[in-house]
Design a protein around this ligand. Structure first.
Ligand SMILES: [Ca+2]
Ligand SMILES: [Ca+2]
Ligand SMILES: [Ca+2]
Ligand SMILES: [Ca+2]
Length: 463
């Protein structure tokens, strides 16, 4: 079972403030309550991976006969409940899609029977993923967004991302750059996010799927967890959407004289919500990734997705979806995980997928130390970024301090978006090189990450 924590501790009410470059921002953390750990009653674990009991995914080979499919279903007493065939799969020449199948037997036994069976490309569990925040920092009241500062900015923080130096050079992002937030939902009405969330010009809220992507009224994105158009369910369905709102604020909180500010002052965030109170599944992660790929293929300038979540084992279906994103030129920035372990030894997904668009992110604290919870890996984790005591937006117009590789990841995603704003049309290879080759050598990350260094947003933009 993965050690990613899914509960949040209480946050004491506290007022903090900081200043930068003539921009005074005040952050108020409010008391927030703690959702309880999911009961997990419908979940099963295998080794370290959690998956939905009684469900699996089958990728049939193209052109397989209906008889062969039925034979495969019968073999495991399976009932197909959904054929997942996304626009991105169709564009990639797939017609079979993924079959989501209910099975009336042990999932792992069923998979063993299916792999190698006639017409079956692969079968795998429908894994469960959780977001990668470890905890709130109850008493942390240092009053700064240290993760945004750099060694020569004012205020300074040696180990921050140095985004502030990029702002000082006039690089504050563009509303024509889009980033997908694959996470919980986003409080799009939060004072620090209002206007930063994409409004789909091709599908107004009229009950019809005007843009023909199969989702009616995906005006700000889509909620794949609940299969509906509302990307923010705080207060209505008990899903607080704090985590998705928090990463969003780090990527693109507004510079408006109050609250926090993100790496990008100008940006458009697209919600691909797939994490609910009980986490998210492979089936919905694939849909979320492919949703963004399809939008990109239709002309929306999506440069990256932020993936502050993890869990499960290796999924060929998710790998394939991330590969489609790669082919569409979308970076996939992923949290290394919060179990404190070595990803070279024990693989962590999705950050371990070996694809050009995947950048795996570890968390450091404001003293440059690798966070105690942060996973690492000399060959599998690329770079460190601020992930301890990170203040950002949370649901119900609040601000909170969180710790996690979840919090480090959006600093890197933000850097990718800011880079794309100054290097329009940059390729996956160019973006990857800019972010990783500019990493600042950092002792705590030496031998623990591919670059041995930490994010420097300003240096990346000068690559
Ligand atoms: Ca639509
Ligand atoms: Ca519509
Ligand atoms: Ca919803
Ligand atoms: Ca603000």
């Amino acid at each position: 079972m993965y050690n990613f924590l899914t509960s949040r501790a209480l946050i004491a009410a506290v007022v903090i403030s900081f200043t930068f470059a003539g921009c005074q921002e005040t952050s108020v953390e409010n008391q927030s309550s703690t959702p309880s750990e999911p009961s997990g009653s419908s979940l099963r674990t295998s080794g370290e991976s959690e998956f939905v009991d009684g469900e699996l995914l089958i990728q049939f080979k193209e052109g397989v006969s209906p008889a062969a499919k039925q034979k495969a279903f019968d073999k495991v007493k399976g009932q197909p409940v959904e054929k997942i065939l996304t626009k991105a799969m169709e564009r990639a020449g797939k017609k079979e899609g993924l079959a989501l199948v209910k099975v009336n037997k042990n999932v792992l036994e069923a998979i063993a029977e299916l792999n190698g069976a006639e017409g079956v490309e692969f079968a795998e569990p429908n894994y469960v993923y959780y977001h990668t925040a470890v905890s709130t920092d109850t008493y942390f009241t240092n009053g700064s967004l240290w993760g945004m500062y750099g060694p020569t900015t004012s205020p300074a923080s040696t180990y921050g991302s140095n985004a502030a130096a990029a702002w000082a050079a006039g690089k504050t992002g563009l509303a024509s750059v889009y980033v997908g937030v694959i996470d919980e939902g986003i409080q799009l009405t939060h004072p620090d996010l209002a206007g930063q969330v994409w409004v789909n010009p091709a599908d107004p809220a009229d009950g019809a799927d005007n843009d023909g992507n199969g989702l009616a009224d995906d005006t700000n994105g889509w909620d794949f967890a609940n299969n509906d158009a509302s990307i923010y369910d705080g207060g209505t369905k008990g899903s607080l959407d704090d985590h998705g709102t928090h990463v969003s604020g780090t990527i693109g909180g507004k510079a408006d004289g109050q609250g926090v500010v993100g790496v990008n002052w100008n940006i458009r965030l697209i919600s691909a919500k797939f994490l609910g109170r009980r986490g998210g599944t492979t089936a919905n992660a694939v849909k979320a990734v492919d949703y963004l790929t399809n939008l990109k293929n239709r002309g929306v300038n999506i440069v990256a997705s932020n993936n502050s979540w993890g869990g499960g084992g290796y999924s060929q279906a998710l790998y394939d979806a991330i590969a489609r994103a790669n082919n569409a030129g979308i970076m996939f920035i992923a949290a290394a995980g919060n179990a404190g372990t070595n990803n070279d030894v024990t693989a962590s997904y999705p950050s371990n997928y070996n694809l050009p668009n995947v950048i795996a992110v570890a968390a450091i604290d404001k003293n440059g130390a690798l966070a105690s919870f942060s996973q690492y890996g000399a060959t599998t984790v690329d770079i460190g970024a601020p992930g301890v005591a990170i203040n950002s937006t949370t649901a119900y117009n609040t601000y909170s301090s969180y710790n996690g590789t979840s919090m480090a990841t959006p600093h890197v995603t933000g850097a990718v978006a800011l880079y794309a704003s100054t290097h329009p049309g940059a390729s996956v290879a160019q973006i990857r090189n800019a972010i990783l080759s500019s990493a600042v050598p950092t002792p705590s990350l030496a031998g623990k990450t591919v670059t041995g260094g930490r994010l420097d947003v300003n240096a990346a933009l000068n690559k």
